[in-house]
Design a protein around this ligand. Structure first.
Ligand SMILES: Cc1cc2nc3c(=O)[nH]c(=O)nc-3n(C[C@H](O)[C@H](O)[C@H](O)COP(=O)(O)O)c2cc1C
Length: 354
């Protein structure tokens, strides 16, 4: 198949469905409870409209930006997804290589088939490392140290999994394939035992203090949804925030992420970068996030569709589509580079304000 003939994320999703077993596909597209947060993540983007400006010279558009000291071609980051090897043998090494080839940032999960070190060596690229602080303190500390020793500059601590969400549709899949296998995987097999779990219900803000004292890596908190927590994150020295509800897979009935963006951006007041993920499927979604004050977006399922369809090349095509869509929309709306985004470029649709 000519991968360039795939024009949008929706088509990638349809092709991924053909390539995956129904169980695996359901696991990928699924979420918690009745999927209301998952669906809200997608539909909420439609409630914001773009306000385009005219007669601006848009013959040159620059989507590049800097994220935590790294110069990237666009503010689009690969979100951490566990066990990518289930979707394609190239797994996290393939998606990381794709990010490298497109000069974009990527985050790899704690729960990857290969170790972080192997991914770094195979991809010849250093992704950010996502930390699930396991219940085993020695394992937790070693995970942090190993990431840093392998050149990682940005540690993403996922804070929305004190317990796994209620994923009824793929509960069996989780138990059989994810939790059962996680302990045997790349980063964890020599660190945790049968009684340890990879997330930890006892974590509090004090672990951020510990991280600040014990590593030079930048620390991002992934899973912030309120201005109250954004305030604590800033006060306690986090280097960045990712607004996220885990793609609607954890708590159900919380707000969509875009609905939280304004309150978090206002509270943070430019002190640290605010990233966002959840439901981003088009360049217009990326545009709206940036206009509302996000420094960058992360994408989850869309690149896994690409991986399932054609491995690394599929991820590259997904990244190309989103970056091209962003560029086209910036041109159409009169935004010549990332620094020109501001809230005047977007408004909540009047007929939808409740
Ligand atoms: C199959 C799957 C596995 C995931 N695994 C992880 C993980 O290991 N660590 C993590 O922090 N988030 C994980 N997430 C959440 C993503 O990082 C991200 O927050 C979410 O997918 C964003 O929403 P989107 O898929 O609508 O783009 C996972 C999401 C999915 C769909």
């Amino acid at each position: 198949m000519d991968i360039n003939s795939i024009k949008n994320i929706k088509s990638f999703k349809a092709l991924a469905k053909e390539n995956l077993t129904s169980e695996l596909y359901e696991y990928l597209v699924g979420g918690a409870d009745d999927l209301r947060t998952f669906q809200r993540n997608i539909t909420a983007w439609s409630q914001y409209q773009i306000r385009p400006r005219r007669l601006i010279d848009v013959s040159k558009i620059d989507t590049s930006t800097e994220l935590f000291g790294q110069q990237v071609n666009a503010p689009i980051v690969l979100a951490p997804i566990g066990i990518l090897g289930m979707f394609h043998p190239e797994g996290a090494s393939g998606s990381t290589k794709a990010a490298k080839n497109k000069n974009l940032a990527a985050i790899t999960s704690t729960v990857t088939n290969q170790s972080y070190q192997t991914i770094v060596e195979t991809a010849n690229y250093t992704p950010w490392f996502q930390l699930y602080p396991t219940t085993n303190i020695n394992a937790r500390n070693t995970l942090v140290k190993r990431a840093e020793d392998n050149g990682c500059k940005v540690l993403v601590w996922t804070i929305d999994v004190p317990v796994v969400g209620n994923r009824e549709k793929h509960a069996k899949m989780l138990v059989d394939n994810v939790h059962g296998r996680a302990a045997k995987m790349g980063n964890l097999h020599d660190l945790i035992g049968p009684d340890d779990i990879f997330h930890s219900p006892s974590m509090t803000w004090e672990f951020l203090d510990w991280l600040k004292q014990n590593t030079k890596m930048k620390i991002l908190l992934k899973g912030i949804m309120t201005h109250e927590d954004a305030r604590i994150a800033v006060d306690r020295g986090a280097d960045g925030i990712i607004i996220s509800n885990h793609g609607g897979r954890q708590l159900e009935s919380d707000l969509s992420t875009i609905e939280c963006l304004e309150e978090v951006v206002k509270e943070v007041a430019g002190k640290i970068p605010v990233l966002i993920d959840g439901g981003i499927r088009r360049g217009t979604d990326v545009f709206k996030a940036l206009a509302l004050g996000a420094t960058a977006v992360c994408i989850g399922r869309p690149y896994v569709y690409g991986l399932a369809v054609a491995g690394q090349k599929g991820v590259e095509r997904v990244l190309e589509i989103l970056t091209e869509e962003l560029e086209r929309n910036m041109r159409l709306a009169g935004v010549t580079d990332i620094s020109k985004f501001n809230t005047n470029f977007v408004q909540k649709a009047q007929d939808m304000i409740q």
